[in-house]
Write a protein that binds this ligand. Structure first.
Ligand code: PGA
Length: 241
C-alpha cells in the first residue's frame, strides 16, 4: 500500500519541521509506503529531516520544461535535484483553479518520468458529471489524453479523486470506489499492457473511514486534510495493518 499526505498550501516552516520530526517516529507497517507532499518551499527542509526514514517526499505539482524563462514554476529537474520521489499531476484543484489541461498533465508525466520521479496522475469527476452518468466517460478521457501512446515504466500510480469528495467530508462509498478504480485499472491496462498500475483513492479519507476503504483494487490513499495531523495520519497508516 502507498499512503501519500498532500499538505496542499498549509503549514509554515516551524510546523513543517516539527511535523516531520514527529512523523519520523511513527511506526509504519511493513509493506506500507508513506510519502508526504509539502509546498515547494519546504521540500528541502522536510526531505532533510526524513532522510534515512521510511517516509519519502514529493511535490504537489511541477512544470514540464527543465529550465528557462518560466517565472514562478518549478521543474522536474529541480525536484530530482532535491531527491523527490513523487509528484502529483493533474490534481483537481490544479485543473479547476489553475486551468491545468490534460495536455499539460501529459507533458508533466513525460518530463517527470524522464527524471525518474513517480508521477501520481489524479483523475476524477464532478458531482454534476457523476449525476449525469458521465463518470466513466470523464475518467477515460482524462486517462486517454494523459497516457495514450506514452512509454510508461513497469509501475505507474493513478489516484482516483472524485471532486465531490475532496475536502468536503463526503467520502465515496466503498462500492463507488471499487467501481471507479476497477474501470481506471481496466482502461489503463488496455493502453499499457506491460505496466502494473497502483490505483489510490483520495477524497476525505480519514482515520474513521480508512479501514472501510481498504478494498479490492485500492492500492493506497491520497490524503489531504487528515494528513495535516500526525495523530490522524498515523491512524490512517495503522489501518493498513
Ligand atoms: P482531502 O483531500 O483528503 O482533504 O479530501 C484529498 C486530496 O485533495 O488529495
Amino acid at each position: 500500500m502507498v499512503i501519500l499526505g498532500n499538505w496542499k498550501m498549509n503549514m509554515v516552516v516551524s510546523n513543517a519541521i516539527a511535523f516531520s520530526k514527529r512523523l519520523r517516529e511513527i511506526d509504519i507497517p511493513e509493506d506500507v509506503e508513506i510519502g508526504v507532499l509539502p509546498s515547494y518551499v519546504y521540500l528541502s527542509e522536510v526531505a532533510n529531516i526524513l532522510e534515512g526514514s521510511r517516509i519519502s517526499v514529493g511535490a504537489q505539482d511541477c512544470y514540464y520544461e527543465d529550465q528557462g524563462a518560466f517565472t514562478g514554476e518549478v521543474s522536474p529537474l529541480q525536484l530530482k535535484d532535491l531527491g523527490m520521489k513523487w509528484c502529483l499531476v493533474g490534481h483537481s484543484e490544479r485543473r479547476q483553479m489553475f486551468y491545468e489541461t490534460d495536455e499539460d498533465t501529459r507533458r508533466k508525466v513525460v518530463s517527470l518520468m524522464r527524471h525518474g520521479i513517480n508521477p501520481v496522475l489524479c483523475v476524477g469527476e464532478t458531482l454534476a458529471q457523476r449525476e449525469a452518468g458521465r463518470m466513466f466517460g470523464i475518467i477515460s478521457s482524462q486517462l486517454f489524453r494523459s497516457l495514450e501512446r506514452l512509454k510508461l515504466n513497469d509501475e505507474f500510480t493513478i489516484a482516483y479523486e472524485p471532486i465531490w469528495a475532496i475536502g468536503t467530508g463526503i467520502t465515496a462509498k466503498p462500492k463507488q470506489v471499487e467501481e471507479a478504480t476497477s474501470v481506471i485499472r481496466q482502461i489503463a491496462e488496455r493502453m499499457h499492457r506491460n505496466t502494473r498500475f497502483n490505483v489510490l483513492y483520495g477524497g476525505s479519507v480519514n482515520e474513521d473511514n480508512a479501514k472501510n476503504l481498504i478494498i479490492n483494487g485500492v492500492d493506497g490513499f491520497l490524503v489531504g486534510g487528515a494528513s495535516l495531523s500526525v495523530i490522524r495520519f498515523s491512524k490512517i497508516i495503522d489501518s493498513a495493518r
